[in-house]
Design a protein around this ligand. Structure first.
Ligand SMILES: C[S@@+](CC[C@H](N)C(=O)[O-])C[C@H]1O[C@@H](n2cnc3c(N)ncnc32)[C@H](O)[C@@H]1O
Length: 274
């Protein structure tokens, strides 16, 4: 990972209020870069952009010609003191991080009411679709159906908050969706927070990208099964999560990425004196 990417993931993203943590940010990066390396192009989309933390991660790894669409109700935290509302904070965060913010690529509204064409007319077929909007069963099923309608053959769909006891219907929705579409879709990876899905023909490619991802070597790769497919569960030990939080809270955020370097890499870097 180059210095600019490292700074973006471990520092810039933290300046945006939101939820994606380093392991998932590194998985997004590995998958997006594997697609680019293999010439698998396409737009990207996220339902539930909040203030943009994972949306800007997609922007960071999009190619110049690729469009990244964000969808949100933008009804959170109505400010009482005249400060920026959710939509304006998203736009402001984007400009601060150096992205051009196109209003046509940020849809304000209920994702469950969108048609596939509302997305594809803006992005074309989608190579990476992140679902992190409404967390009830009808939201998850509607968002998953929409994602399936707009993804390119090589598209990845990522569900947030799966297996989180706080949001049980997300898990039910993802299981229902995969059981309905199991002839064509498979899960290939899981983290503490997210579940990653693609078409069967691309399972090997994405599983391989995760197995080989340099920055993912610091995580434990544990093989499991989910609804008929082989899945790698990326486990981030509690001690590392606690250490990361402590470093961030004590103002050592700039160094926090070091704890996500693999042991092999740490040894190589100390030998090289970097
Ligand atoms: C957990 S936050 C998303 C976090 C974000 N992905 C991040 O990286 O920080 C969930 C977002 O989904 C949005 N949301 C909830 N229901 C929605 C719906 N039906 N349509 C569109 N957005 C929705 C909320 O407004 C909220 O901003």
């Amino acid at each position: 990972m180059n210095t600019d990417e490292r700074r973006f993931i471990f520092q810039d993203l933290r300046s945006v209020e939101g939820y994606i943590d380093p392991p998932d940010a590194l998985v997004f990066k590995a998958l997006l870069q594997a697609q680019t390396k293999d010439g698998l192009e396409g737009g990207m989309a996220e339902i539930g952009v909040y203030y943009g933390r994972s949306y800007f991660l997609l922007r960071k790894f999009a190619q110049p010609q690729e469009k990244v669409l964000g969808v949100d109700l933008f009804e959170l935290d109505p400010p009482l003191d005249g400060s920026l509302d959710q939509y304006d904070r998203l736009m402001e965060n984007g400009r601060r991080l150096g992205f051009e913010m196109d209003r046509d690529l940020i849809i304000k509204g209920d994702s469950t009411r969108l048609a596939a064409a509302d997305i594809t007319c803006r992005t074309g077929p989608v190579r990476f679709f992140s679902i992190d909007g409404g967390h009830h069963l009808h939201h998850v099923l509607a968002d998953a159906k929409l994602a399936l309608e707009v993804i390119a053959p090589h598209g990845v769909i990522v569900f947030d908050d799966t297996f989180n006891p706080a949001w049980p219907e997300v898990t039910v929705g993802v299981a229902d969706f995969l059981r309905t579409h199991g002839h064509s879709l498979v899960c290939f990876a899981m983290t503490k927070y997210k579940t990653y899905v693609c078409r069967r023909e691309f399972h090997a490619l994405y599983a391989g990208a995760i197995a080989a991802g340099d920055e993912l070597q610091a995580l434990d790769h544990v093989e499991t099964q989910f609804l008929g497919s082989r899945v790698v569960r990326l486990h981030n030990p509690t001690r590392r999560r606690v250490m990361y939080e402590l470093m961030v809270r004590s103002g050592l955020g700039g160094f926090s990425e070091r704890i996500y370097r693999s042991k092999v890499k740490q040894v190589k870097e100390s030998v090289a004196g970097t």
